[in-house]
Design a protein. Structure first.
Length: 175
């Protein structure tokens, strides 16, 4: 199973009505990251956040969280300033940027069939350069994949994209 297919399955299992992660939390996300084992995917809302979900950025976990048996994780980026921390391969940041209320990144992990809230250290990842080159058939900067408008969603990512559009049609409309 590819990272994109695994992300779609994990997302479907973690978000309501099947899972325990509220759809409202997904609606409030600027970007969504889904991680299974050692790999993951991040996608952001287009049009500066409130547009439909955009193309995915393939990621790979690093550090202690990179194990193949690492718990599945759903990462909800609630503020656009937090995206730079993810793309810098430093993992989500705890501090709240600017005047934004609440944590800029919320992480849920799934172990043993149930989801629980976790700290940002549960997902330490970096862009998968080789995977993204293969997916897009050319080298593209990670920031351009998730934040620059106009990049098409590849056919291989359509299942995940369509699922996100069903679960949260506006792509971060509540943030």
């Amino acid at each position: 199973m590819t990272a994109l297919a695994a992300a779609a399955v994990t997302l479907a299992q973690m978000v309501e009505p099947v899972g325990s992660v509220p759809r409202a939390a997904l609606d409030a996300a600027f970007c969504v990251g889904v991680f299974t084992g050692g790999s993951g995917v991040i996608t952001c809302g287009t049009e500066g956040g409130p547009g439909p979900w955009g193309p995915p950025l393939l990621m790979r976990r690093r550090g202690p969280a990179h194990r193949k048996d690492a718990p599945d994780a759903l990462l909800l980026v609630r503020h656009p300033d937090a995206v730079d921390g993810l793309l810098a391969a430093s993992g989500p940041r705890r501090e709240s940027p600017g005047a934004y209320e609440g944590p800029p990144v919320v992480v849920y992990v799934r172990e043993g069939g149930s989801s629980r809230s976790a700290g940002p250290e549960a997902v330490v990842a970096e862009p998968d350069g080789a995977g993204n080159r293969a997916l897009y058939q050319r080298a593209i900067a990670p920031r351009d994949i998730v934040l620059r408008p106009g990049l098409a969603v590849p056919a291989a990512a359509r299942e995940l994209h369509d699922l996100l559009m069903r679960l949260s049609p506006g792509g971060g409309t509540a943030w």
